[in-house]
Design a protein around this ligand. Structure first.
Ligand code: NAI
Length: 774
């Protein structure tokens, strides 16, 4: 073709990147890899092949790690951890910096190897995966340097990652873990282990102490072994199904867990959007990495009036997409990771009842054409299930509120894009979307400084920024085992001395328990004080319903919530004498007055925090800035500590409601009556009905119901009863957040009983990417 002809057609010519250096590296390594343990590659064991998905060619053979390999890797990480932590943040920062420099120096090799192994276009591995991975190590070199002195490392972290962003997910996991003084055992996905193995080589070049980074290769069985191993924390990115299995497998183990799972993220186009930009944004949203992206904008919602025009422009753009050899720099869409996935995608598309448009020019082999399916209803399986391929499904909406409703009609909650030239529309809709990340007039923007992660079945925990670091540290303190407190005993046949049966507090009202049952409460001398209701499942349901209905609390200005908390404090203070006497009588102690006074102080602290725990603006090196906001979790179910029947309850309640949550509290098991007395204080304090609900009864019996309830967003336990496992098990079904004590004590009379730890647990970091300075 002559230059003149090319000029006329504007046809691209192929511009393939050379694979020579990457192939030579594989040959140098013998193209057979053992696991990387304690600073060196173990001899290869039972091998499986890893292939180039674009050609089907075998690239190398990789070891299916054994139980012994996993144990050796964890042991190496354990041995290396104390010295790695003790060397201090600034010393670790040097290593992270060195890793960043080396990644940068070998960027081309990494990018080509990634494209060979994964099938993603070289343009993406070169311009997105690599720079972001490098940026992660630089950013976290800084995190190590600045690590707060009141935080300690978790210890040994198991990190299990998927195949869609092999090196980038490694960076997201390894960099913050190392920065905070942890050592790691990483398991890459079986289809894409090569860049992790090249990274191991880089760790050696950086002089990283042996055992700080260990890599075990193999399939899900190796992941399972790692989950069961003696590790302190597990970080997983992958399918919701496996995330749920890991939550179940680790319930009650005391291992910390973060899960970054699937999504079905809405891409909302309003009629006042810049349509060409919105079409271009979609190319990134759904065709980046062939749509194999957890936060892909895979659900297109277009305002009705522009739908036809928008779809027409989109179809025209799709017809111009170039699909083919991922090493070609002119390619937009590369290969699907494996024929198994391609067939899965094809099968899902074949079952569609919508109108299908596909890019015509799609090569044979492990490729799938960009696909648009319109005219679906929100309930259609393709609108609900993650396809994880280059398939965009869509429907239309009429009004902004309908857009929000359809957008949130999903079991996931990872990301969302909003397209509108109207700042009011965009900023009105953004906070209403159930998503951990919202891009305004953009999509798929990421940065190390900006937290990323989801809600609902998209998992819990954040990666990136200080919010992400929280998952890799714990407060510096040596927790002791919790000693449960038995209720005081007495003569069960004694008649009721007072003519008042305590009631539950539900929806702002005293409520008789549905079961009609109550248990006797005695004082230290064995005298009957009164009766505490035994909560039934129905009572829990009623309380949750009341809490759900009180959603206005989340929208109330923080200033107003603070005023209510101050008012509760004031009223509690006014009743201090009688409550202190009751507490002393209930517990047989003498510090009731101190307890009430500290509870008043906790309310003041929470009121103070209400309008001060307010997020930040993250500086990403992109055309945009991210507002990192703190949204309430929603409805929190919480089991209160045995000790400090008033202080414990107030310490749990106050920060939760200060942040805009509604709570269903189960009072101290041995001393329940103080909580129900406190309900009278709430009644007179302008707390809207349903914001606080108080139940009493055996924690062990109530824990599963609370944890499994689909309308509760997070469950906390500070109970003296052994219910951590029941809660983590129960929470697995809906993948709700849980915060449990694992049988460890907390000193509610010390600053451990309040502060940012509670506020972090009471909120979801939500990153709003907005156009900024552009
Ligand atoms: P997967 O969740 O099975 O694999 C992710 C990682 O977990 C891999 O390293 C795998 O070896 C490991 N793994 C598998 N089973 C395990 C177990 N029982 N215990 C511990 N680790 C285990 O994802 P897969 O099969 O590769 O993809 C299936 C679907 O998952 C995709 O079609 C997509 O819908 C979703 N997915 C979502 C990702 C995300 O980023 N959210 C990434 C990859 C897949």
């Amino acid at each position: 073709m002559s230059v003149k002809e090319i000029f006329e057609t504007m046809e691209y010519g192929p511009a393939p990147e050379s694979a020579a250096e990457a192939l030579a590296w594989l040959v140098d390594q013998g193209a057979r890899f053992g696991p990387f343990i304690a600073g060196s590659f173990a001899p290869p064991g039972i091998l499986f092949e890893t292939r180039n998905p674009a050609t089907g060619e075998v690239l190398a053979s990789i070891t299916q790690a054994t139980q012994d390999d996993v144990e050796a890797a964890v042991a190496a990480a354990r041995r290396a951890q104390p010295a790695w932590e003790d060397m201090g943040g600034p010393a670790r920062a040097r290593f992270l910096y060195a890793l960043a420099r080396l990644l940068q120096k070998h960027a081309r090799l990494f990018a080509v190897l990634e494209t060979l192994d994964n099938g993603k276009p070289i343009r993406e591995s070169r311009d997105i995966d690599l720079p972001l991975a490098v940026r992660h190590f630089y950013y976290h070199a800084g995190s190590a340097q600045l690590m707060a002195s009141d935080r300690a490392a978790m210890g040994v972290c198991a990190q299990i990652i998927p195949w869609n962003f092999p090196l980038l997910m490694l960076a997201w996991k390894v960099a913050p873990a190392l920065a905070m003084g942890n050592t790691v055992v990483l398991k890459p996905a079986e289809w894409t282990s090569l860049t992790a193995l090249l990274f191991a080589d880089i760790c050696r070049q950086a002089g990283l102490p042996d055992g700080v980074v260990n890599i075990v290769t193999g399939d899900g069985r190796v992941g399972e072994m790692l989950v069961q191993a003696e590790v302190d924390k597990i970080a997983f990115t992958g399918s919701t199904e496996v995330g749920r299995a890991i939550r179940t497998a680790t319930a009650g183990s005391g291992k910390a867990l973060t899960l970054e799972l699937g999504g079905k993220s809405p891409y909302i186009v309003f009629e006042d959007a810049d349509l060409d930009s919105a079409v271009e944004g979609l190319v990134d949203a759904i065709w980046l990495n062939q749509g194999q992206v957890c936060c892909a904008g895979s659900r297109l919602l277009v305002q009705e009036g522009i739908a036809e025009r928008f779809h027409a422009r989109l179809r025209a753009r799709m017809d111009g997409l170039r699909i083919g050899d991922p090493l070609d720099k002119c390619i937009d869409v590369g290969a699907i990771i494996d024929p198994v996935q391609r067939d899965r995608i094809a099968q899902m598309v074949a079952g569609s009842d919508g109108t299908i448009h596909q890019t015509a020019a799609c090569p044979e082999g492990c490729f799938f054409p960009p696909t648009l399916i319109t005219g679906l209803s929100s309930a259609s399986p393709l609108m609900q299930d993650e396809i994880f391929g280059p398939v965009l499904v869509g429907t239309t909406f009429r009004t902004p509120s309908e857009a929000v409703q359809v957008a949130n009609d999903t079991r996931y909650g990872l990301a969302a894009s909003i397209w509108s030239e109207n700042i009011n529309t965009a900023l009105d809709v953004a906070p209403k979307l159930a998503a951990g990340v919202v891009w305004i007039n953009g999509s798929n923007m990421f940065d190390a400084a900006v937290p990323f992660g989801g809600l609902r079945e998209s998992g819990f925990g954040r990666e990136g920024g200080p919010e992400g670091l929280a998952a890799y540290t714990r407060p510096v303190r040596a927790p002791e085992r919790l000693a449960p407190i038995a209720p005081l005993a007495g003569d069960e046949s004694e008649p009721q001395p007072v003519d008042r049966t305590a009631k539950l507090y539900i929806g702002g009202k005293q409520a008789r328990p549905d079961s009609g049952h109550a248990s006797n409460v005695f004082d230290a001398k064995g005298r009957l004080i009164g009766q505490a209701p035994i909560t039934s499942r129905k009572d829990i349901r009623n309380a949750v319903e009341a809490a759900r209905a009180a959603s206005g609390w989340a929208a109330a200005p923080a200033h107003n919530r603070a005023q209510v908390l101050y008012y509760i404090a004031e009223n509690l203070h006014a009743r201090a004498g009688s409550l202190a006497a009751l507490i002393d009588r209930l517990t047989g102690g003498t510090d009731g007055a101190d307890e009430v006074s500290l509870a008043v102080s906790r309310l003041f602290s929470a009121a103070a925090w209400a309008d001060k725990f307010d997020g930040r603006i993250a500086q990403a090196p992109l055309r945009g800035a991210a507002l990192v906001t703190r949204a309430p979790c929603g409805v929190i179910g919480a089991f209160c500590p045995d000790a400090g029947p008033l202080l414990g309850l107030v310490s749990v309640m106050a920060p939760a409601i200060a942040m805009g949550n509604r709570v269903v509290l189960v009072a101290s098991r041995p001393f329940p009556l103080a909580a129900l007395e406190f309900a009278h204080v709430l009644e007179g304090s302008d707390v809207p009905g349903g914001v606080v609900n108080i139940l009493t009864g055996p924690h062990v019996d109530l824990a599963p119901t609370m944890a499994q309830h689909m309308d509760i967003d997070a469950v906390w336990s500070f109970s003296g009863a052994d219910i951590s496992e029941a809660i983590e098990q129960g929470a697995a079904a809906s993948l709700k957040r849980s915060w449990v004590n694992d049988g460890l004590a907390r000193d509610w009379w010390s600053p451990e009983g309040e502060g940012p730890e509670f506020l972090e647990q009471a909120t979801e970091a939500k990153s709003l990417w907005i156009p900024w300075g552009a």
